[in-house]
Design a protein around this ligand. Structure first.
Ligand code: ADP
Ligand code: GLC
Length: 481
C-alpha cells in the first residue's frame, strides 16, 4: 500500500504545533502495517540542511519553476516541493516577519495541492500512490484538483486537525488557482460565505474524512464546534471517522529523553524529582515541599483557554501551588501571563517563546499539566503528560475527554483514574479542578498510584495505525480506478 501524504508541517523538520508531530509520526507508525508513506512538503528555506536526492522538474507552477526533490530525514521519505518563488522565505511556514499571513498563501498552498495532484495522477519514476492523504486546509485543494480534473485518480482522505483554520480566500483568486468557477457553490462546492475555503473543498471532494479523536468527530457536526462547516460534515457523517492521535514513543520517552536532567521510568521514578529541581531552577521558582508544581506548554490563545487560566491563578496560588508556563501567542494573553509572574513572583513563572527541549523538561519535572482548552481536536501535551507521569488536568472536550480518565469516585475506587477533567471551561470549574489536584497531591500514596497508572496508560500509535491502515485498505478495495 503506497500513500502520498500532503502537509505543510512535519516534525522534526518544520513545526508550529501538533499537526507536525502527527505528520512526522504516522509514516513510522504505519510501516509495520505494510503502508509506505511518502510525504510531500514545501521546501521552506528552513529545510536547506535536509539530505536531498533526485530532482524532477514539474514545469511552471503559479508563476515560477517548480521541481520535486526526493529526500530523507529522520527515517522519513520526503518529497520536497522546490518552488523558490513560493517557499524560499525565512521563518514560519505561514507568516512573514511582522506576523502577518503571507499575502500569496493561496498560491503557496494551492501550489502544494496542485503539485500533489500531479504526483497522484502521474506518479514519480514509476511510484504511484494507492491513496492520497491530505492534512488540514493547506492540503484541502488536493481532492478538488483531482475530482474536478480529467481522468482516473487515486482515492483521497482528508484529516481535520483543527476546523478553526479553514484557508479562506477571496473568490477573485479562483482563476489564479486554476479552479472552475462552477464549483464555487455553497451546496456542493468550495464556497464558504462568499469566500473560497480550502478546507471545505477537501471536505466536499475527498472520499473519506477523518479527524483526530472520536469526540471531536461528533462535536464537529454541531453548530457549537463546527465553525460553520457542521452542516457539510453532518451530510458526510457516514464518511467521517475520529481516529485518536498517538505520540511518538521513541521521541517522548522519559527513559531515554536527552532533554531531561535525569531519565526515569514508571518503576524507578527518582529522576522525576531531579527534573523538578532543574525546572524550579530554570524558572527561578523557590523550591517548596508542599503543593504541586503545575505547568502549561501551549500556544497562548483563546482556543487553549489561557484567558480562563489567568482568572484561576489566584486560587492556584492560594493553595500554595506553583505554575510554570511555556508558550507564545496572543499579545494580550502573553501580557496577562507576564503580569501574573510579577504579581506572584514566588509562585508563577513563565518563558514566553517556543522551546522544544524545555517543553520536554517541563513534562519531566512538573507534577501536573493544565490544559483548559475551549475545544481540542486531540491535544498532544496531555498524552506527553501521561507518559511522563505529569498528571493531566483537562477540559472535558474533544480528544482531551477521550484520553484522560477523570479521578471521579468510580474511577478512584476502580483504581483506573489517570488525571482530572472539568467542565465547563470557566475559571470556577478550572479552580475546582486545581483544588482537587491539590487535595490528591496532599495524599502522596494516592498521588503516586495515579502517576504510576498514568505512565502505564498506552499513548503510542498502535491503535491509530491499525485504524488508518484499515481505512486506506477499505478505499482501495471499493474504489474503481
Ligand atoms: P496544537 O497543535 O493545537 O497547538 P497540540 O497539543 O496538538 O496542540 O500540539 C502542540 C505541540 O506543540 C506539542 O508538541 C507541544 O509540546 C508543542 N508546543 C506548544 N507550545 C510550545 C512551546 N512554546 N514550546 C515548545 N513546544 C510547544
Ligand atoms: C491541531 C489540534 C490539536 C491536535 C493536533 C494534531 O493542532 O489543535 O488538538 O492534537 O492538531 O492532530
Amino acid at each position: 500500500m503506497k500513500v502520498l501524504a500532503v502537509a505543510s508541517e512535519c516534525a522534526p523538520l518544520v513545526k508550529t504545533g501538533g499537526l507536525a508531530d502527527v505528520v512526522g509520526a504516522l509514516p513510522k507508525a504505519l510501516a509495520p502495517h505494510d503502508v509506505e508513506i511518502r510525504t510531500l512538503l514545501p521546501a521552506y528555506a528552513a529545510l536547506v540542511g535536509v539530505k536531498a536526492g533526485k530532482r524532477t522538474a514539474l514545469g511552471t507552477l503559479f508563476g515560477g519553476e517548480a521541481a520535486v526533490v526526493e529526500a530523507t530525514a529522520d527515517d522519513l521519505d520526503l518529497l520536497l516541493l522546490d518552488a523558490p518563488h513560493l517557499f524560499d522565505r525565512p521563518g514560519n511556514p505561514y507568516l512573514d516577519e511582522t506576523g502577518a499571513d503571507w499575502p500569496d498563501n493561496h498560491l503557496r498552498f494551492g501550489g502544494l495541492c496542485q503539485a500533489a495532484a500531479a504526483l497522484a495522477r502521474e506518479g514519480l519514476d514509476g511510484w504511484r500512490p494507492d491513496v492520497v492523504h491530505a492534512h488540514d486546509w493547506q492540503a484541502g485543494l488536493v481532492p478538488a484538483y483531482l475530482r474536478l480534473g480529467e481522468g482516473a485518480t487515486p482515492p483521497t482522505v482528508v484529516t481535520i486537525h483543527n476546523i478553526a483554520f479553514q484557508g479562506l480566500f477571496s473568490p477573485v483568486t479562483i482563476g489564479d488557482l486554476g479552479l472552475p468557477s462552477s464549483a464555487f457553490t455553497a451546496a456542493d462546492g468550495f464556497e464558504y460565505y462568499n469566500q473560497i475555503s480550502f478546507l471545505k473543498a477537501g471536505l466536499v471532494f475527498a472520499d473519506r474524512l477523518t479527524t483526530v479523536s472520536p469526540s471531536y468527530a461528533r462535536e464537529l457536526m454541531t453548530p457549537e464546534f463546527g465553525m460553520g462547516l457542521h452542516g457539510v460534515l453532518a451530510s458526510r457523517a457516514g464518511d467521517l471517522v475520529g481516529i485518536l492521535n498517538g505520540v511518538d514513543t521513541a521521541v517522548w520517552d522519559p527513559q531515554t529523553d536527552g532533554d531531561l536532567a535525569a531519565t526515569y521510568s514508571g518503576r524507578a521514578r527518582k529522576g522525576k524529582a531531579v527534573n523538578k529541581a532543574e525546572l524550579e531552577r530554570r524558572f527561578d521558582l523557590p523550591m517548596r515541599p508542599d503543593g504541586p508544581l503545575f505547568c502549561v506548554v501551549s500556544r497562548l490563545t483563546r482556543q487553549k483557554g489561557i484567558d480562563v487560566l489567568l482568572e484561576a491563578i489566584p486560587r492556584l496560588v492560594a493553595r500554595g501551588a506553583r505554575l510554570a508556563v511555556l508558550g507564545s501567542g496572543d499579545a494580550d494573553l502573553e501580557a496577562g501571563i507576564r503580569y501574573a509572574t510579577t504579581t506572584y513572583p514566588e509562585q508563577v513563572s513563565a518563558v514566553i517563546g517556543y522551546d522544544e527541549p524545555l517543553s520536554h523538561l517541563m513534562q519531566g519535572g512538573a507534577d501536573a499539566i493544565l490544559i483548559p482548552s475551549r475545544f481540542e481536536p486531540c491535544g498532544l501535551t496531555q498524552l506527553y503528560g501521561l507518559r511522563y507521569g505529569t498528571i493531566p488536568v483537562v477540559a472535558r472536550t474533544g480528544g482531551l475527554a477521550d484520553t484522560v480518565i477523570d479521578a471521579n469516585d468510580a474511577a478512584m475506587i476502580a483504581g483506573c483514574a489517570t488525571g482530572f477533567q472539568f467542565a465547563p471551561v470557566t475559571p470556577e470549574a478550572l479552580g475546582d479542578a486545581i483544588e482537587r489536584v491539590c487535595d490528591l497531591h496532599a495524599d502522596q500514596t494516592a498521588w503516586r498510584a495515579m502517576v504510576g497508572r498514568a505512565m502505564r496508560h498506552p499513548v503510542g500509535w498502535d491503535h491509530a495505525a491499525h485504524a488508518y491502515a484499515t481505512l486506506y485498505r477499505s478505499l482501495t478495495a471499493t474504489t474503481t480506478p
